[in-house]
Design a protein around this ligand. Structure first.
Ligand code: CP
Length: 300
């Protein structure tokens, strides 16, 4: 059974298959409009979402599928009565052909997939992974830069709890001559297990403490919000806000990405800058998620 659970399951070749399919869907949507006419996709979100849930719903509808959806599953599904994820999936498998799940538990998608009754797509699991976001991030990098090998990437913000960061650096580490720079408050630094993973894969990782330590010709700045919902207490002042003045210290070729939602870490005064591509990035997610639905349902 095909699932999308972690960035760990991908190779350079399988990523290219996803990106090629996303591009084909984008350029010829009519060819794919009825591919999932006989399918029902269950979309269970136990945590808030705008992009991931609505882009998966749109992706399913554009492929001809029907959807059954719970947007606040922690409260409105029987999880509120103590039902396990595994029992929920056993039941959903009797109604739907695939499940897209977001949950606060790091192991939620793996737990759901362990039932092995329907394909499961991880739409964000706790502070662990968000692989479909990383896939659309990489697809965006390839479209904007024309390549992924050799890119220099700065990851900013919440490197500790940021699941998009964890999934993205795993995918980047599959490519050649990648350099990664981490800029965050010490309290939100990249966990050692990820630094070790990058070292094992011979990816250069440099921990930074100020914008001045990032190369001015860096290819990608990837910012993230502090995931305040994952810990108690105040995280203090945001130190690394990107506004026009900061962005203008970087090259004309540097692109600015963010998985969104943003809070204050990217100022709206850069939204019109041609280097800011976070809204385009979110739009790209639609085609990548259409491709993933086709792949897990063997309709690619
Ligand atoms: N990037 C992302 O996962 O956004 P949502 O939380 O709105 O789905």
């Amino acid at each position: 059974m095909k699932h999308v659970l972690s960035s760990d399951q991908y190779t350079k070749e399988s990523l290219e298959e996803v990106f090629k399919l996303a591009e084909k869907i984008r350029t010829n949507p009519k060819e794919y409009a009825h591919k999932l006419d006989d399918k029902i996709i269950a979309i269970m979100f136990y945590e808030p979402s705008t992009r991931t849930r609505l882009s998966f719903e749109t992706a399913a509808l554009k492929l001809g599928a029907k959807i059954i959806t719970t947007e606040n599953a922690g409260e409105f599904s029987s999880a509120a009565k103590g039902e396990t994820i595994q029992d929920t999936v056993q039941v959903i498998a009797g109604y739907a052909d695939a499940l897209v799940i977001r949950h606060k538990s790091d192991t939620s998608a793996i737990d759901a997939a362990s039932v092995e009754k329907i394909p499961v797509i991880n739409a964000g699991a706790g502070k662990g992974e968000h692989p479909t976001q990383a896939l659309l991030d990489l697809y965006t990098i390839e479209r904007k830069k024309g390549k992924i090998d050799g890119v220099k990437v700065a990851i900013l913000g919440d490197l500790l709890y940021g699941r998009t960061i964890h999934s993205l650096i795993k995918l980047l580490s599959l490519y050649d001559n990648i350099e990664i720079y981490g800029l965050s408050k010490e309290a939100f630094a990249l966990p050692q297990e990820y630094i070790d993973m990058l070292k094992e894969r011979r990816i250069e990782y440099k921990k930074c403490t100020s914008f001045d330590e990032l190369p001015k010709d860096i290819d990608i700045i990837y910012h993230t919000r502090i995931q305040a919902e994952r810990f108690e207490g105040d995280f203090g002042k945001e130190e690394f806000i990107i506004n026009k003045e900061v962005l203008d210290t970087f090259s004309d070729h540097t692109i600015l990405m963010h998985p969104l939602p943003r809070v204050i870490e990217i100022s709206t005064d850069v939204d019109d800058d041609p280097r800011a591509c976070y809204f385009e990035q979110a739009h790209n997610g639609l085609y990548v998620r259409m491709a993933l639905l086709l792949q897990v349902l063997d309709k690619a």
